[in-house]
Design a protein around this ligand. Structure first.
Ligand code: 0WD
Length: 263
């Protein structure tokens, strides 16, 4: 139970398929006490059900596109937790019309702004708003994707936003390191979730991933959850500013033997 005694806030749970659900499960198994934010009333019931099943009661509305909403969320949290030990940021968004077609044809200034605001800046905003409430040895964690490093069809502006999020992780790690607060990211392999279904032809991505990855499969939210629990625990006290891949090894392989044989 390496998270025993840790209080961690999870932002970005939408439903039981969310990566944040796997993270909440793994962190609960490791003894963490959790609080959850939900984006809006529409998502509250889903989040409440999952939180209750895991034995957690703190639920707070927080739309990360609004500074006011973020401030209000931490004011509400402070009524129960004066101090806490970590945040999981599992939030990403880009307008649907940006996630289909050739990047050069579909990219817009407005889509760029929204994608970077919700998917990257919000991580900084949560860190700023919570800083005075974080205990020493606290850990912040976000979720990124390999399209930050290599192009992927249809992922388009989200690839740019993830590159920003990864730099954000390093800058926050540098900024908070002297206070002994760690900041890391997990780069997860593709998983069928609500957000992923917004990317055109996502199913093809899953099968391509399974064909190339050394483990010949995709990963589960539980596998991502276990690494998230580790990174937010004191077992990872020497790790900060890192992007840790949980992708069945996909990013390490340029081609699989099967792909080679088919040439
Ligand atoms: O293949 C995948 N599923 C991967 C996801 C591979 C690698 C990384 N990721 C990332 C995503 O980009 C995201 O950053 O993991 C994170 C979590 O995504 P998820 O679990 O795949 O998707 P989902 O279950 O949809 O959760 C994302 C949630 C939103 O759900 P919807 O689909 O309703 O937009 O992010 C939240 C929302 O709950 N969200 C917001 N929360 C607060 N304020 C906002 C907002 N403005 N916008 C979106």
């Amino acid at each position: 139970m390496f998270l025993k005694g840790k209080k961690i806030l999870i932002a970005g749970l939408a439903n039981k398929y969310s990566i944040a659900a796997g993270i909440a499960q793994a962190m609960t198994e490791q003894g963490a006490e959790l609080a959850f934010t939900y984006q809006n009333e529409r998502l509250r019931t889903n989040v409440e059900k999952i939180a209750n099943e895991l034995g957690h009661r703190i639920l707070i509305e927080c739309d990360v596109s609004s500074d006011e909403s973020i401030k209000r969320a931490f004011d509400v949290l402070a009524q129960t937790w004066l101090k806490f030990d970590g945040i999981v940021h599992s939030i990403g968004f880009a307008p649907a019309n940006e996630l289909e077609g050739n990047f050069i044809d579909v990219a817009t200034r407005e889509g760029f702004k929204i994608a970077h605001d919700i998917s990257s800046f919000s991580f900084t905003a949560l860190a700023q708003a919570s800083k005075s409430m974080l205990n020493e040895n606290a850990a912040l964690l976000t979720l990124t994707y390999h399209a930050a490093m290599q192009t992927v069809p249809n992922y388009n502006v989200m690839g740019l936003a993830k590159a920003s999020l990864e730099a954000n992780t390093r800058f926050l790690a540098a900024a908070l390191g002297p206070e002994n607060i760690r900041v890391n990211a997990i780069s997860a392999g593709p998983i069928k979730t609500l957000a992923a279904s917004g990317v055109k032809n996502f199913r093809k991505m899953l099968s391509h991933h399974s064909n190339r990855a050394p483990l010949r499969r995709t990963v589960t939210t539980e596998e991502v959850g276990n690494v998230a629990a580790f990174l937010c625990s004191d077992l990872a006290s020497g790790i900060t500013g890192e992007i840790t891949y949980v992708d069945a090894g996909f990013n390490t392989a340029a081609m699989s033997l099967e792909e080679f044989k088919e040439l």
